[in-house]
Design a protein around this ligand. Structure first.
Ligand code: NAP
Length: 250
């Protein structure tokens, strides 16, 4: 969508979501921003209002299906919805494997469904609207370094791709966003060297450009795009398997 005026972003209290809010903030734009941390959301709202936008903030957990539906429906009419909220954590103890995996799936997968399903309900009757889901380059396949996280991202990537085709005739634009390493609270925890790490505001600019032209899959930075392309299409599976075993654990 070229000029969205009413924009909803989950996970807007920090990192990529906060940078997207700032990138879109200008006079005439209404932003609906959510997260769980009220203090951080208030600071982002102030930044966006300094840039001339109207910003509304909401403290909602994306795993709360009913509250998310009520919230998204109450914000309509919406031009653009970005399902960005997500977490990444390491498995510290095998005893926690079920709780760890469930927590990541609840937020990264069900949280995305809880955001985009009500958005589709609102947008479909009017025959227009754009919905973007934030996946990751870690979602090009299951990774031994982050099994739950990468699989959650494989899932939302596939879901976004499927919905793009399904709702194309209804006038909806659906996009998948797959960032490489972006500076944020998630990557601040990583103890290994992150190749091609970029700032969140650079990431937001790339995402906005991609959404403007309705790019199906926005993968960045370009170096990570090239690496995932080669890994997926040109490297035999047994070589990939060998190389991926060597990745540092998240
Ligand atoms: N940074 C990277 O390198 C990278 C790479 C690929 C993909 N991504 C994806 O990009 C998205 C944004 O991450 P980020 O890097 O910007 O990390 P971040 O700074 O930690 O931001 C994550 C956002 O998600 C929100 N959030 C987390 N759990 C939530 C919940 N249960 N309910 C509501 N909001 C919740 C957080 O808000 P509160 O803490 O206020 O709840 C925060 O605003 C995620 O989906 C992540 O997987 C990031």
């Amino acid at each position: 969508m070229k000029n969205p005026k009413s924009i909803l972003i989950t996970g807007a209290s920090s990192g990529i979501g906060a940078a997207l809010a700032n990138e879109y903030a200008e006079p005439g734009i209404v932003l609906h921003l959510s997260g769980r941390n009220k203090g951080r959301l208030e600071a982002i709202k102030a930044d966006c209002e300094t840039r001339g936008a109207t910003a509304h903030i909401y403290t909602i957990d994306v795993t709360d299906e009913v509250s998310m539906s009520d919230w998204v429906l109450s914000c309509h009419p919406l031009d653009l919805v970005i399902a960005n909220a997500g977490v990444s954590s390491s498995l510290s103890n095998l005893d926690n494997i079920s709780a760890h995996t469930k927590n990541i799936f609840d937020i990264n997968v069900l949280g995305v469904f809880n955001t985009i399903h009500p958005a589709i309900k609102c947008m479909k009757p009017s025959g227009q609207g754009q919905i973007a889901v934030v996946a990751s380059v870690a979602g090009f396949r299951g990774l031994p370094s982050a099994p739950a996280y990468s699989t959650s991202k494989v899932t939302v990537k596939a879901y976004g791709e499927a919905l793009r085709g399904l709702y194309y005739k209804d006038g909806l634009e659906i996009n998948v966003i797959s960032p490489g390493f972006v500076k944020s609270r998630i990557t601040d925890k990583n103890k290994f060297k992150m190749p091609f790490l970029i700032e969140a505001d650079q990431a937001a600019k790339i995402i906005c450009r991609g959404l403007k032209i309705n790019k199906p899959h926005i993968i960045f930075p370009w170096q990570m795009h090239v690496i995932t392309f080669i890994a997926q299409r040109l490297v035999p599976n047994f070589v990939l398997d060998y190389l991926l075993k060597k990745l540092p654990q998240k």
